[in-house]
Design a protein around this ligand. Structure first.
Ligand SMILES: C[S@@+](CC[C@H](N)C(=O)[O-])C[C@H]1O[C@@H](n2cnc3c(N)ncnc32)[C@H](O)[C@@H]1O
Length: 334
C-alpha cells in the first residue's frame, strides 16, 4: 500500500492478501523441524503497544542508548546527511512511532532541508499513526508512507523519485536477521542506491552478557507478553486454540557469537489446531519443545565495518552513546 499525505493516492500491492501470507508463514514455521515464527508478525496493534512499553522498561537499554545519540548528536547527524546537497528522500525502514528519528526530522524541517520522509512499516497501526500524528508533531514535513515488507517497499521507494536517497534503519532491526541475512539485506539496500547515497544503520554492540540478556527478560515480564501476544494473534486471526498459559518465554544469549535468541517453550505435550484455508492444521508439541521467536544479533564495530564493505559501502562515521553500548553507523554507497 502506498499512501501519501499530499495526494491521498492509494496503490494496491500484491494479489495475495495479508491474511493468506500470514497463514502460510505460520503453517510453514510451525511445521518445520525447528518450529519458528517470524518476528515481523509481533507488530499487531497490541504488539505495537507492548513494544512501546518494552522501550520504556529499565532493562531495555537499546532504546535509551539510541535515543541519546539522536537527541544529543542531532546536528552532527543532520550535517552528515545534508553534506551531499540537493533534495533527497529520507527512507526509514521500520520506524515505529519515530521517537528517535523524530529528532532528526524536526531538525531537518527547521533547517528547511528539501526532503520527503518515506516511512516503510508492516504495521497498519504504525502507518496510520505516522500519517495522522507526524504532520502535527512536525508541521511542514512531507510524508509519503509505504505499508508493507521492507524489501518489497524499498524497491517501490527507490522508484518514487530521482532524488538522492538516505536510508534509516534504526533500533537494531538489522540485528533481527542472521549475519548472513543482514549482509544480503545490506546488499539489497545498496542495489537501490546510487554512488554517494547514505544509510544510517543502528546496531547493538557486544557487551556484558548479563546486560544483554536482561534486556530480553525484563522483570515486569513485558517481553514475555510481547512474545506470547503473537500466539494470541494466531488465535484471533487464524482461529487457533493456543493455550497461552502452556507456553513460557525463554531468552538466551551466546556472548561468543553475539546471538540473543528468544523462544516460547511448550510446558507440556499438547496439540494446537487452526484453520489454514480450507484445511484444519494440527500441530503437536512435545513437553519442553521450543518455538524459535526472534534473533537479536549483537556486533563489534569491526564486524559492522566489514559488513558495510562487503555490501558496497564505505563507513562515513560511527555515532556511539556515552556508554559505548550502541552505535549508529553511517554508510556511504561506493
Ligand atoms: C522494534 S520496532 C523499532 C522501531 C524503531 N525503528 C526504533 O528503533 O525504535 C520494529 C518496527 O519495524 C516494523 N517491522 C518489523 N519487521 C518488518 C518488516 N519485515 N517489514 C516492514 N516493517 C517491519 C515493525 O512494525 C515496527 O514498527
Amino acid at each position: 500500500m502506498i499512501r501519501t499525505n499530499q495526494s491521498n493516492s492509494t496503490v494496491a500491492r500484491g494479489t495475495e492478501n495479508n491474511n493468506t501470507i500470514f497463514c502460510r508463514d505460520v503453517v510453514d514455521g510451525l511445521r518445520a523441524d525447528m518450529k519458528h515464527l517470524q518476528s515481523k508478525y509481533f507488530y499487531d496493534a497490541m504488539g505495537d503497544r507492548l513494544f512501546q512499553r518494552i522501550m520504556n522498561s529499565p532493562e531495555y537499554y537499546l532504546f535509551n542508548c539510541e535515543l541519546e545519540i539522536f537527541s544529543t548528536r542531532t546536528a552532527d547527524l543532520a550535517s552528515l546527511l545534508l553534506q551531499p546537497g540537493g533534495s533527497f528522500d529520507l527512507i526509514e525502514l521500520g520506524p515505529g512511532d519515530c521517537t528517535k528519528s523524530g529528532y532528526l526530522l524536526q531538525h531537518l524541517v527547521k533547517a528547511n532541508a528539501d526532503f520527503t520522509y518515506v516511512p516503510i512499516d508492516i504495521s497498519t497501526s504504525i502507518i496510520q499513526y505516522l500519517e495522522t500524528q507526524l504532520p502535527q508533531r512536525i508541521p511542514g514535513i512531507k510524508i509519503s508512507s509505504l505499508e508493507g515488507e521492507y524489501s518489497e517497499m524499498l524497491a517501490k521507494a527507490a522508484t518514487i523519485s530521482r532524488n538522492r536517497k538516505v536510508i534509516l534503519f534504526l533500533g537494531s532491526n538489522l540485528g533481527n536477521m542472521t549475519p548472513e541475512q543482514a549482509l544480503a539485506f545490506s546488499r539489497n539496500i545498496r542495489s537501490h542506491l546510487q554512488k554517494g547515497d547514505l544509510a544510517l544503520i543502528g546496531l547493538d554492540l557486544k557487551k556484558d552478557p548479563n546486560t544483554v540478556l536482561a534486556a530480553y527478560n525484563d522483570k515486569e515480564g513485558i517481553t514475555r507478553q510481547f512474545n506470547l501476544n503473537l500466539l494470541k494473534r494466531i488465535n484471533r486471526e487464524l482461529k487457533a486454540n493456543f493455550d497461552i498459559s502452556k507456553f513460557e518465554h525463554y531468552p538466551t544469549y551466546d556472548p561468543a557469537t553475539g546471538s540473543c535468541k528468544s523462544y516460547l517453550v511448550s510446558q507440556e505435550e499438547q496439540s494446537v489446531c487452526f484453520i489454514a484455508g480450507n484445511n484444519l492444521e494440527v500441530i503437536n508439541f512435545k513437553k519442553g519443545e521450543p518455538i524459535y521467536m526472534e534473533l537479536s544479533q549483537k556486533y563489534t564495530t569491526d564486524e559492522i565495518g566489514r559488513m558495510a564493505q562487503q555490501a558496497g559501502f564505505s563507513t562515513a562515521g560511527f555515532f556511539y552513546d556515552s556508554k559505548g553500548w550502541f552505535v549508529d553507523a553511517c554508510w556511504k554507497a561506493i
